[in-house]
Design a binder for this molecule. Structure first.
Ligand SMILES: C[S@@+](CC[C@H](N)C(=O)[O-])C[C@H]1O[C@@H](n2cnc3c(N)ncnc32)[C@H](O)[C@@H]1O
Length: 291
């Protein structure tokens, strides 16, 4: 059997089993390629069309066992391989934290936040840092900034520590436990936040792959806005005068608009559409609070 044939076989098994995607890939072919290449010890960007030699029975068995494990356990692939990639950057991950996939990473890399930053932007907070991926990517994108990376989960912060050390950013990223902004030490020029925002109804309907992640990472209460409500209420005193917030709300725009009806935000364009990431300036937040 050749690599292409093995990937097609794996793809078919994933489709037949009806597994759910969304943790790094969005289709059976990419998911199958990822797991097969990983099990063969090949780079994930390998051009699979150029590898035409026959695989040996041991390689085939190992690869298909991994596919079957993915199907039987219904875990995100990243929990099986211990690695997730975001914007081309590798991150360690296990069940202690959510799998990195935030669209904020895209906004950092494609510079869509930059028009709201300033030459004086130097202090950044990654609130709800989890695996630390956004802290790491922002440190890479903006080489002059210092970052505080906060999370309420000690277990998630263990993963953040691994990733910060892996990318040798320990001198620029300070990891700290904190419930919301309780242990933040502003003022910050930029606050990145991918919080728990899933509403109660959606929590009940989550596919197993999402239920395998810590509920604390996802559960945003009845309307998904519990964390965000408190955060936006507290945030002005943690922002500098040029400060901005970049907040992910996933598919919860409807709930966000209902909870904050007159808050003026700028919706940033992403590969998943224009209603998942909102940028809020300190001025807009203060005006909202006084309205
Ligand atoms: C959606 S995950 C985001 C993780 C990471 N920033 C990412 O984008 O992959 C949300 C994170 O918020 C953390 N969290 C939940 N409630 C919190 C709170 N009250 N204060 C601080 N962090 C909290 C969870 O532990 C989890 O790591």
């Amino acid at each position: 059997m050749k690599l292409q044939e093995l990937i097609l076989e794996a793809q078919e098994r994933l489709i037949q089993a009806g597994v759910c995607f969304g943790h790094g890939t969005n289709n059976a072919h990419d998911e199958a390629s990822w797991l097969i290449l990983w099990s063969l010890g090949l780079e994930l960007d390998t051009d699979t069309t150029t590898l035409n030699s026959d695989l040996n029975p041991g390689q085939i068995e190992r690869a298909l066992n991994l596919i079957d494990e993915r199907i039987n356990k219904r875990l995100p692939s990243a929990y099986l391989t211990g690695e997730a990639w975001l914007q081309g950057i590798p991150f360690f991950v296990d069940e202690r934290s959510i799998v990195p996939r935030s669209l904020i990473a895209e906004c950092l890399v494609n510079a869509s936040i930059d028009p709201w930053l300033d030459i004086h932007t130097s202090r950044v907070l990654d609130l709800c840092t989890g695996n630390g991926s956004l802290a790491v990517i922002s440190a890479m994108v903006y080489p002059d900034i210092q970052i505080d990376a906060l999370d309420i989960s000690l277990q998630a912060l263990e993963i953040a520590r691994i990733n910060v050390d892996r990318h040798m950013l320990g001198e620029r990223i300070k990891i700290q436990i904190s419930d919301g902004l309780d242990h933040a030490s502003g003022p910050y020029d930029l606050i990145l936040c991918n919080p728990p925002y899933v509403n109660a109804q959606s929590m009940k309907e989550l596919p197993p792959e999402y239920r395998a992640e810590p509920a604390l990472s996802l559960d945003g209460g009845v309307d998904g806005m519990d964390f965000i409500r408190k955060f936006l209420n507290d945030a002005p005193s943690y922002l500098s005068d040029i400060g901005v917030i970049v907040l992910e709300i996933g598919h919860e725009r409807e709930y966000f608009d209902k909870a904050f009806p007159s808050l003026e935000g700028v919706w940033l364009e992403t590969s998943m559409g224009e209603d998942q990431i909102v940028l809020i300036t300190k001025n807009a937040l203060v005006a909202y609070q006084h309205s």
